[in-house]
Write a protein that binds this ligand. Sequence first.
Ligand SMILES: *Cc1c(COP(=O)(O)O)cnc(C)c1O
Length: 351
Amino acid sequence: MSQIRMNEHLAGAPEYRPGRTVAGTIKLASNESSDGPDPAVLEAIALAAQSANRYPDIRAAALTRRLAEKCGVEPERISVGSGSVALLQGLAQAVCEPGDEVVFASPSFEGYPGLVQARGARSVPVPVTEDQQADLDAMAAAIGPKTKLVLLATPNNPTGGAVRRADLERFLGKVPGHVVVGLDEAYREFVTDPEVPDGVEIAEGRGNVVVLRTFSKAYGLAGVRVGYSVAPPEIARTLNLTRAPFSPGAIAQAAALAALGTEDAMRERCRKTVEERERVHQALLDHGFVSTPSQANFVWLPLGENALAFAAHLEQHKVIVRPIPDAGVRVTIGAPEENDAFLEAARSYQP
Ligand SMILES: *Cc1c(COP(=O)(O)O)cnc(C)c1O
């Protein structure tokens, strides 16, 4: 028998389960953009690829500076990483010791439990309310002496609801100052509710709020792996120590920098996605489905125990979606014809 004893915290850690890709089907399972990258981004990627024999700037200074300008904060507060999941992992590592607790909504981002457990920390999932919103009162009540971190996705993946300003301020007011709040704004660019605040603004003057954002969703660069965070300087310093040296790579840094120069095109893509989101949501309601309002690039059907059956039915009609067993089904907004194919397939579902 092997003498090797691996890190016990990793032994039972759940693997991240990606949305399935099945040849010859429409994939609406991973909240990706259905559009390919902007030509300016492709050009920047090609240019960066020419120097792929060289290590990238270890501090990602150009990208960091540009993000600091965009967010209106000091560059010291920005961290970049290989997707916001890398920053979430880093945050758990920076903040938690083994045995500490991390509070988040359930269902929320599927990546949370794995990165919490890998750190040797314990997940404290707090069920969403009947109307599928993060239960902020219950989450505040779940904060105990061992809690070090709260992860709040707004809009929430997979349920789509975003937290409004008054609710968020009230919640943050209840979180003790020594507990870090990770405001996960992966879908920030799709928010249309004017009551939903900008996380960076909310974080201003608070010593315990970290905002996480990504180029994977609105910027359509999921395959490139680049995200960023805005944190109080002290947290950012420690967070930067958790980063694998030279990540994100040169191509990712260049792609993100170029993408920041195409914000108008990005906003236009988001506008179309939002238009489709509202159309799909309304069509689902018209067909008699329950679907809660979404502020993200997907819609949510709280189908409970029928989630897997509904997803299987759609797959028979060549549409791949994301079921969360016993909770519901998340459907990414794709191109209009892809959304039509989904609605057509959904219409023939018999519970
Ligand atoms: C997609 C997603 C992320 C991770 O995105 P990256 O591709 O790692 O940048 C983080 N949080 C939520 C809520 C997400 O849905």
